[in-house]
Design a protein around this ligand. Sequence first.
Ligand code: MRU
Length: 366
Amino acid sequence: MTQENIVRAIWIAEDDPRCVMVIDQRRLPFELSVRELRTGDDAIDAIRDMTVRGAPLIGITAGYGLYLATLDAPRDERFDHHIADAALRLKRARPTAVNLAWSIDRMLAAMAPCGSAGEKIAAALAMAGRMEREDVEGCRRIGEYGLPLIEEIARRKEGARVNLLTHCNAGWLACVEHGTATAPIYAAFDRGIDLHVWVDETRPRNQGARLTAWELARRGVPHTVIPDNTGGHLMQHGLVDMVIVGCDRATATGDICNKIGTYLKALAARDNNIPFHVALPASTFDWSIRDGVAEIEIEERGGDEVRFMEGASGEAVMVVPEGTPVANYGFDVTPARLVTGLITDRGLCRADEADIRRLFPEIARR
Ligand code: MRU
């Protein structure tokens, strides 16, 4: 694939089914480089060091990671132990996005009925590929279901520009293609709706400024990067028509865990009567929990991500006084009461248990 042709975040190398290719997102937007994953440990490292990130992509990478672990497993009685160990370590690579555990559990279930190592390898590759395809289709449907929400705003504004606000990167870089929060945006843009996206920079890793801005620019979608503390001001002045964000884990009751700072945007949106929508595929629901604030483990990352900022040169610049204590919580929880609606791959629903279950009737109650 040439650089211009790269429009997905993960793929199997054309000439080598034992090699999984991912974009190294740590270098964007300054450099579009691709990293090869050849072992289960390569996948664990890529998730941990955030070469790949974003809930759905973490899940798909973990799936391929377990497939790679089947390839590097010893072909003897230690095979199953190697896989079980890799599964455990992959699950622990990052704690908050539930897509990771969801993917590993599906991979293990696919391999469970197989007898030989060869069968397990084939089953692992098939399941990882299936999850990848499902993610693409799920995000495409999120775009289809979310589009009428933006069309409705455009109608109400009689064709005047629609201003959307998003947080972090819930685009195709966080998934495989389309993205979650960006899927309705791309769908509306492709339909010719005049729209503009406010992009929260999303400190400390700046996924908005670095990744979402890069994605939107590549597609030609008008956008403006704003410091994280700007959204409330824009909302008070009628400059935001709708907030649309992604999600790393949703409870069965509609609480939403997403990149740190999402909760504050939801509060400001509620105070200003602005719709706050969350886009997510089925793989992001954690049906085992009901109270997001109490039950979701929030990742705490290293302090250097706060102490230092990195730009095009790659040089890390210290931005707080030497020795100052810092805190780096990766995610927060927006309670369901602040969420106007969910845009899922099964359709639109309110962020409440009954309406979510209407779309997912097959999920047993706990
Ligand atoms: O820490 P990250 O970059 O993995 O966090 C990503 C987010 O919080 C995204 O908003 C989320 O995964 C949305 S899902 C497309």
